[in-house]
Design a protein around this ligand. Structure first.
Ligand SMILES: Nc1nc2c(c(CN[C@H]3C=C[C@H](O)[C@@H]3O)cn2[C@@H]2O[C@H](COP(=O)(O)O)[C@@H](O)[C@H]2O)c(=O)[nH]1
Length: 337
């Protein structure tokens, strides 16, 4: 148990998918996506996203690179807007990449945004300047972003000598141990809920934080984890769109109707938990199918872990944005994803 009495994400997602009433997982959709992923593996396309925006990623050679990743994933949530005009962009980047661009720009401008001594006391005015966009459109949930920076900054100072490196060292190359340190000590990462009287966890930001260290440090040094394959897919609002596109998951008519009308789903609601839980479980099932297909093929490909499958699907959505526009994604206001 990552936190006592709460099912970890892999078990939570199985529990949810077995009871879900508004979301279904489909064997034929899994087979179709499995074929797609298998050809991606054969074409060696399943590497970490060549997102073409490397200039704005956290730079692993920066003296405070680990803390840079920590700040990115502390703020890595809720970039959607109800209309194109309200869409926050930075130097032409949208969504998550707008956040990366804003933080990269802040560092270039000399704001000490990777230092908890600074951001634990950051003012609304300072963060407004750092997150300023190309237009008058603002990043959503601005006040929540100020408070999560204050929260995590003070905890790092009080308990970890002012750097997330201390947490990574304490995890001793275990992804699950680092996940436990993050969710036990930093409340804003506690992406948990109650579903049919069972306490469940999805831990999207805590898990993507571990996977981002692994990704940005190429699995070495600060990114070396001997159990990275234990991390599940990151239950955001984009990958479910791709899973619906491939027919891996489907929504009830009632839920699809709500999403098509841009109705918000309340954070922690049954429908929201079922979309996120079934998405995680679908990727776990996909990983199993992929390992069977690779074995049958007799080719010595590595079975991709959930992070690699997730990154592929998340990038797929951006690369096929036109097709994806037809598939509504669920909108929830919250700090978890
Ligand atoms: N499942 C999953 N969700 C992810 C990511 C990422 C970016 N990660 C890697 C990408 C390049 C770097 O290598 C990063 O490491 C952001 N998100 C989520 O998506 C949403 C924003 O979407 P859009 O509006 O399109 O930017 C929001 O919930 C955000 O939290 C991922 O990889 N997987």
């Amino acid at each position: 148990m990552v936190r006592s009495g709460i099912l970890p994400p892999a078990e939570s997602s199985k529990f949810i998918s077995e009871r879900a009433e508004n979301v279904k997982i489909h064997e034929d959709g899994l087979d179709k996506l499995c074929q797609e992923m298998f050809s991606a593996i054969k074409d060696n396309k399943l590497q970490i996203p060549d997102t073409g925006t490397d200039a704005i990623h956290p730079n692993k050679d920066h003296p405070r690179a680990v803390d840079w990743v920590f700040v990115v994933d502390t703020l890595n949530f809720c970039f959607w807007s109800q209309s194109k005009e309200e869409q926050w962009t930075v130097n032409g980047h949208t969504g998550y990449f707008a956040l990366e661009a804003a933080l990269h720009r802040a560092i270039q401008e000399g704001h000490d945004i990777t230092n908890p001594e600074y951001y634990s006391k950051i003012t609304e005015e300072q963060l407004t300047h750092i997150l300023r966009g190309d237009t008058s459109a603002k990043i959503p949930l601005f006040k929540e972003r100020v408070s999560v920076l204050h929260e995590v900054g003070n905890i790092l100072i009080e308990k970890y000598d002012g750097t997330f490196e201390k947490c990574v060292k304490e995890a001793n190359k275990s992804a699950i141990k680092l996940l436990e340190i993050v969710v036990n000590n930093f409340p804003c990462f506690r992406d948990e809920g109650v579903y049919k009287n069972q306490r469940v966890s999805l831990y999207k930001r805590a898990q993507i934080l571990v996977a981002d260290l692994w990704n940005f440090f190429d699995g070495t040094g600060w990114g070396e984890f001997n159990d990275i394959d234990k991390i599940t897919m990151f239950a955001d609002y984009r990958v479910p769109q791709v899973l619906v596109y491939f027919g891996v998951i489907s929504y009830s008519d009632e839920l699809m109707d709500k999403l098509s009308k841009d109705n918000l789903l309340v954070s922690g609601s049954e429908e929201e938990i079922e979309i996120r839980g079934c998405s995680i479980h679908a990727v776990e099932l996909l990983k199993l199918k992929l390992s069977q297909l690779i074995k049958k093929s007799g080719q010595n490909f590595d079975v991709p872990n959930s992070s690699l499958i997730d990154y592929y699907l998340w990038c797929y959505r951006r690369k096929h944005a036109k097709e994806m526009e037809k598939i509504p994604y669920h909108k929830t206001l919250g700090i978890f994803y």
